[in-house]
Design a protein around this ligand. Structure first.
Ligand code: AMP
Ligand code: GLY
Length: 425
């Protein structure tokens, strides 16, 4: 089977790595990929947002299955477009992708289905939003409705910060149309976790749980990033919590989309907060998480390509996901300065040495080849992933491997997985 993976991050490298182990695979392509993906797939230099270019490529190469990594093409309707052309593609339709593309859509659906989530109001006027913020007090959370590359949420602990967030979105319009409407939400406290399901529109299978680390600095300080590390499983997500999430969140959502005539096919990711009153859903994504995927997929026993195919063909009920009974940790190596300004073009060394340990994988995020040399090409550069019997072994293997990798001004968090070790103590 000829497969195309769309995307260029660590998540897509992890997917390509896992798919390339499938006996069903005859040829793997990736668009636009990165230098790590280029070692296992043929690169098509087409941006993820160029639907027509990708379509032409799929026809020319007779691609039999397309897998979409990031959210933007999904919310722009790539699945609808490709299906119309008779091309098998894994991911939700444009309608279903609103669950990630619009916070208002997602919060309203949660309300309708009585899914536990923070109390909220929707606003399309700055004045009314500010009145509400003043009435509710801080801490409070201000979210733009549309996609904002992970920067659209402000957890405000002071009134000026809350008001500034409303002003930036609705008066200054820093996120353009995405911020025309906002959600103002109750601030929840607790431990966060990511639970991702795969669904063919009827059957739902949960992936192993995970937790990511969104802040740039140790101890969860500093600005939010695309994710600085992850581990799987997340001990806060017990079997009981998983069962409850399936019954109260995933099945109601999947049944609702089916009833609306738009079955949800693909990955459905719930970001949850484990509060003292039980879990509450913070957000939905309609794709795999990054960097959660990098810590989840090494634990998957199944043939991932078969899981994708079964989902697209509506026979996910035939598949039971099996997970290795080991822990997996992903530490992101970034360029110093990220998520603000950083330099690129730094020569990277030591990846082969890091991978000498069979428990280690190194997935690339922002890398490229320049005159034959591997260099940095983004803020998040590499994902070092280690597996072990228990979180402590996984952590020590991962951090030992990182010691072998070098580029000028590399930065990584030293405390990935520490929350899991606390829960387990
Ligand atoms: P979201 O894009 O909705 O996941 O928000 C990004 C991050 O903001 C989450 O991972 C949380 O850390 C934080 N966040 C979102 N909503 C809330 C909330 N209601 N209370 C506290 N923190 C939140
Ligand atoms: N790691 C969070 C996300 O992928 O949205």
């Amino acid at each position: 089977m000829k497969v195309l993976v769309i995307g260029s991050g660590g998540r897509e490298h992890a997917m390509c790595w896992k798919i390339s182990q499938s006996p069903k695979l005859t040829k793997l392509y990736a668009a636009p990929g990165n230098a790590g993906i280029a070692e296992i797939a043929e690169i098509a230099d087409i941006p993820a947002k160029d639907q027509e270019g990708l379509l032409k490529f799929c026809k020319a190469k007779e691609i039999e299955l397309v897998i979409v990594g990031p959210e933007a093409p999904l919310t722009e309707g790539i699945v609808d477009r490709f299906e119309k052309e008779g091309i098998k593609i894994f991911g939700p339709s444009k309608f279903a992708a609103q669950l990630e593309g619009s916070k208002v859509f997602s919060k309203e659906m949660m309300k309708k289905l009585s899914i536990p989530t923070g109390e909220f109001e929707v606003f399309n006027s700055a004045e009314k939003a500010m009145d509400y913020v003043a009435k509710k007090g801080v801490p409070i959370v201000v979210k733009v409705d549309g996609l904002a590359g992970g920067k659209g949420v402000v957890v405000a602990h002071s009134m000026p910060k809350a008001m500034e967030a409303v002003h930036r979105n609705m008066v200054k319009k820093v996120f353009g149309k995405a911020g025309e409407r906002i959600v103002v939400e109750e601030c929840l406290e607790g431990e966060e976790a990511s639970v991702i399901a795969v669904t063919d529109g009827t059957t739902v299978r949960l992936l192993a749980s995970s937790q990511d680390h969104k802040r740039i600095f140790d101890g969860d300080h500093g600005p939010n990033t695309g994710g600085m590390g992850a581990y799987s499983p997340a001990p806060v997500v017990t079997d009981e919590v998983e069962k409850e999430l399936l019954e109260k969140v995933f099945l109601p959502i999947v049944n609702e989309f089916k009833a609306l005539g738009h079955p949800f096919k693909g990955f459905l990711y719930a970001g949850v907060m484990m509060t003292r009153k039980g879990f509450k859903v913070l957000e939905f994504n309609v794709r795999l998480g990054d960097p959660e995927t990098q810590a989840i997929l090494p634990r998957l026993e199944n043939d991932l390509l078969e899981v994708f195919l079964a989902t697209v063909e509506g026979r996910l009920s035939e598949i039971n996901l099996q997970w290795r009974d080991e822990d997996c940790v992903c530490v992101v190596i970034a360029a110093e300065g990220y998520p603000d300004e950083y330099e690129t073009g730094k020569k990277i060394s030591g990846i082969s040495a890091a991978k000498e340990d069979k428990a280690i994988q190194v997935f690339h995020a922002g890398t490229k080849r320049q005159n034959g040399e591997l260099v940095t090409a983004g803020g998040r550069v590499l994902n070092v992933v280690g597996s072990g019997r228990g979180i402590f072994e996984a952590l020590s293997k991962t951090y030992n491997a990182i010691e072998k990798i070098f580029f000028d001004k590399m930065y990584y968090r030293k405390d990935i997985g520490h929350k899991a070790t606390k829960v387990l103590k």
